[in-house]
Design a protein around this ligand. Structure first.
Ligand SMILES: [Fe+2]
Length: 376
């Protein structure tokens, strides 16, 4: 069925950070505190976030969370540290990992969890109902779209498992996307984040679960990112480029919030978990070969090619590879330390439920192995 729903109030553009304290005041629960989860302490000095102090000193507690892929163990630590603090609102300021930890906490408060094992069991069984509190997402990278989705990725690297804390009642109260926060990102991170957003948009366009609204948002996201990424590569401090990356990422997030992702994300997970290829780089490397695989099944492919500013499908991979090279990222799996003998095992772990089966062309281990060989 062709439906679309997203309840997050979105604010995007330079200066919208100033709205944080009024948004927080409008949703904060009386007698409860605000947990400010930040990537880096320097964020606490930003205008807007600094103003949260006006809500009362004892009302706001802050914690720094700086891991790049949120692990179950780390979620447990933050939960254990804050569960007795009567948190009634979480404001997560950071990349996807901070936002994913922040939104997951809303599903955990109020639950009786006595160990990390309890937490693992609860997440594996998806045994969470109405969240105990709301959250506000303030991304400092332009890519994950986590501020407008209702799921969070939590890694359990020790056991080789990736969990999704997935709760349709856990959309953010608001997302505040101010490009000034992303403007100090290193170029390599800015580009890998942009490629993540590009993959969200493209996968949303061709997903089995796609819909009219997501497809429109996806095309706009791809056009925006492709049009301005060269400007970002030439001048990493360009305000215009960062504003457009933030806009493209938000549009891509809104698109895939209703469709989820497909083969690029599915195949990428073991590349990130086992070989530490940054998420955006991994999905970016897969974008070209998956586009070519899906080509016969993509409805109305011309607007998608136009959005990528190319004429032929094979040029999508070439375009992404050129972007990665200019940002200084290796563009072949072997350059990331992967051997040819490891490809079959990576292919076997590349079928993620909810992602692989959302791809318009069937993914088998053999198909994935062939894709991996093309980027080896
Ligand atoms: Fe992603």
């Amino acid at each position: 069925m062709n439906t679309y729903f997203n309840p997050v109030r979105t604010f995007q553009g330079f200066g919208c950070l100033d709205l944080i304290s009024s948004l927080a005041a409008s949703v904060a629960m009386p007698g409860k505190r605000i947990l400010l989860l930040v990537w880096d302490e320097s964020v606490l000095a930003c205008p807007g976030i600094r103003d949260l102090k006006n809500l009362g000193k004892s009302c706001v507690i802050s914690r720094v969370f700086s891991a790049s892929n949120p692990e179950l163990e780390q979620l447990w630590q933050v939960y254990e540290e804050t569960r007795g603090m009567a948190v009634g609102l979480v404001i997560a300021v950071g990349g996807g990992s901070v936002l994913d930890i922040g939104k997951s906490l809303c599903c955990l408060y109020g639950k009786r969890l006595s160990s990390e094992e309890d937490l693992r069991n609860m997440i594996a069984a998806k045994a969470y109902d109405t969240p105990a509190c709301r959250w506000i997402g303030v991304p400092t990278t332009a890519g994950t779209g986590s501020e407008v989705t209702c799921w969070a990725t939590i890694w359990d690297s020790q056991n080789g498992i990736k969990y999704s804390v997935d709760n349709s009642e856990n959309y953010a109260f608001a997302s505040v996307v101010d490009p000034q926060l992303a403007a100090t990102m290193p170029l390599g991170l800015a580009v890998s984040s942009a490629l993540d957003a590009l993959a969200h948009a493209a996968e949303s366009y061709w997903a089995k679960t796609t819909n009219t609204v997501s497809r429109g948002l996806a095309l706009d996201a791809i056009r925006t990112i492709i049009e301005y990424i060269d400007q970002l590569l030439v001048d990493g401090s360009s305000q215009k480029a960062h504003d457009q990356m933030a806009k493209g990422s938000l549009l891509a997030g809104l698109a895939f919030s209703n469709t989820r992702t497909t083969a690029c994300h599915s195949i990428s997970y073991p590349l990130t978990m086992r070989h530490h290829i940054p998420h955006g780089v991994a999905v970016g490397l897969l974008l070209g070969p998956v586009f070519e695989l899906n080509l016969p099944a993509i409805q109305d492919v011309s607007p998608l090619l136009h959005a990528f500013d190319v004429e032929r499908p094979e040029q999508v991979g070439q375009r992404v590879t050129a972007i990665l090279k200019r940002a200084g990222h290796p563009v072949a799996l072997r350059e990331w330390g992967i051997t040819e003998e490891e490809l079959p095992a990576l292919a076997a772990h590349g079928i993620a439920k909810g992602r692989a089966d959302n791809n318009p062309v069937e993914l088998t281990e053999e198909v994935i192995h062939n894709i991996l060989k093309t980027i080896f």
